[in-house]
Design a protein around this ligand. Structure first.
Ligand code: AMP
Length: 397
């Protein structure tokens, strides 16, 4: 059976088609600038050249139509008919407290996705647009929602509650949710396999370090804590997001810079983080390069970044009472070996020792711990799309 995985953003649609017999990727691509002049489809069938199609498209339904046409195209398609797609899996960012696992999409599920608009205004509306576009074009196959928040739903109130009047939790669902759940799920399972230990007996700290970044502490297969909170703004220093700050800074800068609430939200999400601090870029490669050529602010911003990650390793070591392994994943975690090295430096008190030579790899699954490290340090490329495809297959049986 073939499964189509769809990740719909406000003006983009990312997709992958999996052949589930061997979980191979048959094609993947991206429709960009949906609803904005200059829409493009970049379609990459496995084993063939990438094609780029330019065609202005008004909405997600037209965008999905273009994807389906590409998938059955005689020259660069990967199947004869759309009927070969047996199910569609959709990435949905926020499932609130309603979903602790993936679900078949029905009217009730769509209502809950809508109910979360308030707490995920940038993500859930386009996610639902993607679902409705696909349902309109493929009404006879099961559609499955896989939530970024679901894996973190095992957290206890001691981890997910903020010290705010309790009624804002009850009334407005203000609590910590956590994101990147599918990635933390995937790499932690793979880590247990690499350790040769039952997942339910493992204590794992996962570090998803990409443009957005989060960590999770996982014990017995359950997330007990994670760095992102009510929104993906909390926690680590990210490409353009501040991560943890004193909330009083928000009011202070709103006044000083004359920002309203929406502008402030944009400021802390888009103008802060490594971009704001370094003044160089949100891309860690650029910042590393600038730091290597003597840019002091770039060096300083990297120190802030490492310090925050180390702080959370310490927090999670305490919460887990020790752990079996650290797992690095996502763009920075998989490729930035200098970043991994800096984070793991001086953690030998915890029994965390890296083999610096082994660590010099990019984008590969590898154990980079020193022979005498009590705690393993693993690099595991993430694969969120595969988790979505597997859940979709399972739920559509
Ligand atoms: P992601 O959000 O997972 O796609 O990750 C994107 C981030 O990965 C960007 O900030 C890139 O700079 C970063 N990245 C990719 N390759 C490297 C590398 N070799 N060293 C450091 N960061 C990298």
């Amino acid at each position: 059976m073939k499964v189509l995985v769809v990740n719909a953003g406000s003006s983009s649609i990312k997709y992958q088609v999996f052949g589930m017999t061997d979980e191979s990727v048959l094609a993947k691509g991206l429709v960009d600038r949906v609803g904005i002049p200059g829409t493009t489809l970049e379609h990459k069938p496995t084993g063939k050249d990438e094609v780029v199609i330019k065609k202005d498209l008004p909405d997600h339904t037209e965008g999905m139509k273009l994807v389906l046409e590409a998938l059955v195209n005689a020259e660069y398609g990967i199947m004869k008919s759309m009927d070969e797609i047996g199910a569609v899996g959709h990435r949905v960012v926020h499932g609130g407290e309603a979903f602790a696992s993936s679900v078949l999409i029905d009217t009730e599920v769509k209502k809950v996705i809508k109910d979360c608009y308030d707490i995920a205004p940038l993500h859930n509306p386009p996610n639902l647009m993607g679902i409705e576009a696909c349902q309109a074009l493929m009404p006879n196959v099961p559609h499955v929602a896989v939530f970024d928040t679901a894996f973190h739903q095992t957290m206890e109130p001691s981890s997910y509650l903020y010290a705010l009047p309790y009624d804002v939790y009850e009334k407005y669902h203000v609590r910590r949710y956590g994101f990147h759940g599918t990635s933390h799920y995937f790499v932690s399972h793979r880590a247990a396999e690499m350790l040769g230990k039952p997942y339910e007996e493992c204590k794992i700290i996962t570090l998803h370090l990409g443009n957005g970044a989060s960590m999770a502490a996982i014990e017995g297969g359950k997330v007990i804590d994670t760095t992102m909170g009510f929104t993906p703004l909390e926690g680590l220093v990210m490409g353009t997001r501040s991560g943890d700050i004193d909330p009083a800074i928000v009011f202070f800068l709103m006044e000083k810079l004359g920002m309203n609430a929406q502008e402030a939200n944009n400021y802390f999400n888009k103008k802060a983080g490594m971009l704001g601090l370094s003044g160089v870029s949100n891309d860690l490669r650029d910042i590393l390069e600038a730091a290597n050529t003597g840019n002091e602010r770039a060096q300083l911003s990297l120190e802030v970044y490492y310090n925050r990650v180390k702080g959370y390793i310490g927090k999670y070591m305490a919460e887990l009472n020790g752990c079996d392994c650290l797992v690095f994943t996502a763009g920075v975690g998989e490729n930035g070996y200098d970043v991994r090295e800096s984070i793991c430096k001086n953690l030998d008190f915890f029994g965390i020792k890296m083999d610096v030579e082994k660590n010099k790899v990019r984008g590969k699954e590898v154990d980079v711990s020193a022979a005498d490290s009590k705690i393993k340090i693993l690099v595991i490329p993430t694969n969120e799309e595969l988790v979505i495809a597997r859940d979709t297959l399972e739920l559509s049986k």
